[in-house]
Design a protein around this ligand. Structure first.
Ligand code: DAH
Length: 339
């Protein structure tokens, strides 16, 4: 019996297999119910009592050896199978690292979140728009320079179809389908025919806000914008409104915040003025209300629009606009903690 065991041990140690089928055949030959090992186990009954201990130990050694050898052969065969032509050497190795939200998404979510707490609801519109929603209904004169090929991307052979150059078009989309009270916040991508550089891009992102109801005043606008600036940039942030012009608002203003990099002391970012511009705003021009089916004698409203890249630059000091669309994970990974 011991001889038999030793012989089998040598045999098992030298086993070879090249395919999964061969491994399986060996498993059946040695380890299955009717395999060589079980045959020996059956003989164990006839071993004299004084030898049972020694033989039992040897039998167990053989069993472990056989199991280990067959498992080893199985692993080798599996590795060889995946080492063929179908092995994808470009695949990200495990563990696959978790992605992060894009900085523009982080900031957009923050802006939308602040305004939702003030009762604004989310509204979106198409990026491929028509002239009416982007320009005419927003009170742009026919010869307004923004309609020029230099600023606007046109869809070839459809002069009326353009890529929206601002999210103010969503104002028109909302007004044509809803009567006041209207209170919406509209984030989205916009396109302009600009040469790409560190400071300009042919697409970027804006958030538009619109509030229309009875008795809405400029004071309401100012108060909401102050609250936004302080939520976004900290409670010590100050705002300042400068008169401006937009076709769709009257009066119009541009809003600066106290420079959040130097705290208003003056630095290279704010060109030593202590202030940085962050948005345009104003009271919705009655002509815009009328063009979109809202009675301008009964209702007034305010609107504002800001660039998400600009707000992100202020929060995170991103120096080159192109970083936002390059998808360099070294840049994106810097925002892990902001997620
Ligand atoms: N649409 C303007 C732009 O793209 C931004 C803007 C200014 C939006 C004033 C407004 C507003 O709603 O009231 O530059």
């Amino acid at each position: 019996m011991i001889e038999k065991i030793e012989k089998l041990k040598a045999e098992v140690a030298a086993l070879q297999a090249h395919t999964a089928d061969e491994v399986e055949a060996l498993r059946i030959k040695y380890l299955s119910k009717k395999g060589a090992l079980n045959e020996l186990m059956a003989d164990f009954r006839n071993v004299p009592a004084e030898l049972k201990k020694e033989v039992g130990m040897k039998l167990n050694e053989l069993k472990t050896l056989a199991q280990d050898r067959i498992n080893e052969l199985r692993d080798n065969v599996a590795v060889e199978a995946t080492a063929g032509d179908d092995l994808d050497l470009t695949r990200t190795p495990y563990p696959i690292p978790l992605g992060t939200r894009h900085p523009l998404t982080i900031v957009k979510n923050e802006i939308v979140d602040i305004f939702s707490r003030l009762g604004f609801i989310l509204a979106e519109g198409p990026e491929v728009e028509d002239d009416w929603h982007v320009y005419s209904s927003m009170n742009f004169a026919d010869d307004h320079p923004a309609r020029d090929m230099q600023d606007t991307f046109f869809v070839e052979s459809h002069p009326d179809i353009i890529l929206r150059s601002h999210t103010s078009s969503v104002q028109a989309r909302v007004m044509e389908r809803n009567q006041p009270p209207i209170r919406v916040i509209c984030p989205g991508r916009v396109y302009r025919n600009e040469a790409i550089s560190a400071r300009a891009h042919c697409f970027f992102h804006q958030v538009e806000g619109l509030y229309i109801d009875k008795n809405v005043s400029f004071t309401d606008l100012k108060q909401v914008l102050l609250l936004f600036a302080q939520e976004m940039f900290g409670p010590d942030t100050k705002i300042r409104l400068r008169p401006s012009y937009f076709p769709f608002t009257e009066p119009s203003a541009e809003m600066d915040i106290s420079c959040n990099i130097c705290g208003g002391e003056g630095c290279s970012f704010c060109k030593h003025t202590g202030w940085v511009e962050i948005l345009g705003c104003g009271m919705v021009d009655p002509a815009v209300l009328e063009a979109n089916g809202i009675d301008s004698k009964e209702y007034t409203g305010y609107a504002f629009g800001m660039g998400i890249e600009r707000i992100t630059n202020l929060k995170y000091q991103v120096k080159d606009l192109r970083m936002f669309s390059e998808n360099d994970t070294r840049f994106l990974d810097e925002f892990v903690s902001a997620n």
